[in-house]
Design a protein around this ligand. Structure first.
Ligand SMILES: O=C(O)CCC(=O)C(=O)O
Ligand SMILES: [Fe+2]
Length: 341
């Protein structure tokens, strides 16, 4: 039977069937999450605090956020607000398209499931799609043709996000005391760029379900755009889950595993999850910047000395992904590459 995509997005009212219910010890425990948290908000337009070279107050702020959280908001990032809104609206349109089956092939539609020990796989309260993007080359033939503006809007968004990644990689490199282009070079000339859209419909019982289970992103950095006014993303810090509430006109920047390894553990990959709520649908769009499979990753030599021995062994990104696929749901891939102290 042909799978019908976007069933959650196109059915109302939604009921919570048993295959969405988490085992008791995996439930999100929302009452234990703090009501709000002070996640760093970094203003990229603070030109008077950054001269583009070496350490600067802007670089120190980013570096501190990368060490303490592995995640921060950025504002005044140079991507126009109207473009972000248009991008979210063409993405949202995919979920209500009448052309489900055809679109689903272009879009790599999936509804995620998570494996937990001793029970059947549990469905996540989320529907996603993903496709590649590119910051300089024309990739529009890989995009859906419906709605008609999708290709044009997304290509423009990708171009701007590409520039933003360059800037972020440079600031983060400088935060490690490295040359501007160091991280970009290490992640490679031909990064694997993909995006993932996440749609979380309102859920009858958010305590029993999860939108996305806790995980670390596997690549290097993600630039996440979330709709305003609906909370759902959470990060773990000092053993406690904190909400990452949307900030107007901001992106959330997530550091992923490869930055933790390249920085030899100085910067952390952030462990995060997305929870659901009863009232409002939530939409997020992550743009990911990953090494390609042949790229060799390991702690950057300049960051290693007698006091800072390498914490991880070298590997190809392909090897990293193979471990991820083998772990089936554990999602702490980095531990497999740690060296003994
Ligand atoms: O919806 C969100 O805010 C989180 C998305 C996410 O973590 C991911 O796509 O990897
Ligand atoms: Fe993620």
């Amino acid at each position: 039977m042909e799978m019908t995509p976007f069933q959650l997005a196109n059915n109302t009212p939604l009921s919570l069937s048993p295959n969405f219910v988490l085992p008791v010890n995996k439930r999100p425990n929302l009452l234990n999450v703090l009501p709000s948290a002070s996640i760093p908000i970094i203003d990229l337009n603070d030109n008077n605090i950054d001269d583009g070279q070496g350490p600067s107050p802007l670089v120190s702020k980013i570096s501190q956020a990368c060490e303490e959280y592995g995640l921060f908001h950025i504002i005044n990032h140079g991507v126009p607000k109207e473009l972000c809104q248009k991008t979210l609206s063409v993405v949202r349109a995919q979920y209500v398209t009448k052309d489900h089956t055809k679109q689903a092939k272009v879009l790599n539609y999936y509804q995620k499931v998570q494996k937990y020990e001793g029970i059947e796989k549990v469905k996540m309260w989320n529907e996603t799609f993903s496709h590649p993007w590119h910051h300089t080359e024309d990739f529009t033939h890989l995009l859906p043709t419906n709605p008609p503006q999708y290709r044009e809007v997304f290509a423009e968004y990708a171009r701007k996000i590409g520039e933003l990644f360059d800037r972020l990689l440079s600031l983060i490199s400088r935060g490690l005391g490295l040359e501007n282009d160091c991280l970009k070079r290490r992640i490679g000339e031909r990064p694997r760029l993909n995006c993932q859209a996440n749609y979380y419909p309102p859920c009858p019982d958010p305590e029993l379900t999860i939108g996305l289970p806790e995980h670390n992103d596997l690549g290097s950095i993600a630039v996440l755009l979330q709709v305003e006014g609906v909370t759902g993303l959470q990060v773990i810090k000092d053993g406690k889950w904190l909400p990452v509430d949307p900030v107007p006109n901001a992106f959330v920047i997530n550091l992923a595993d490869q930055i933790q390894v390249l920085s030899n553990g100085k910067f952390q990959s952030v462990r995060h999850r997305a929870v659901t709520n009863k009232l409002l649908p939530r939409l997020s769009l992550g743009m990911f910047y990953n090494p390609n499979y042949d790229t060799v990753i390991g702690p950057i030599e300049d960051l290693i000395d007698e006091e800072h021995p390498p914490k991880y062994r070298k590997y190809s990104f392909k090897e990293y992904m193979e471990v991820f696929y083998r772990q089936e749901g554990k999602r702490r891939v980095i531990e497999a590459f740690e060296l003994p102290p």
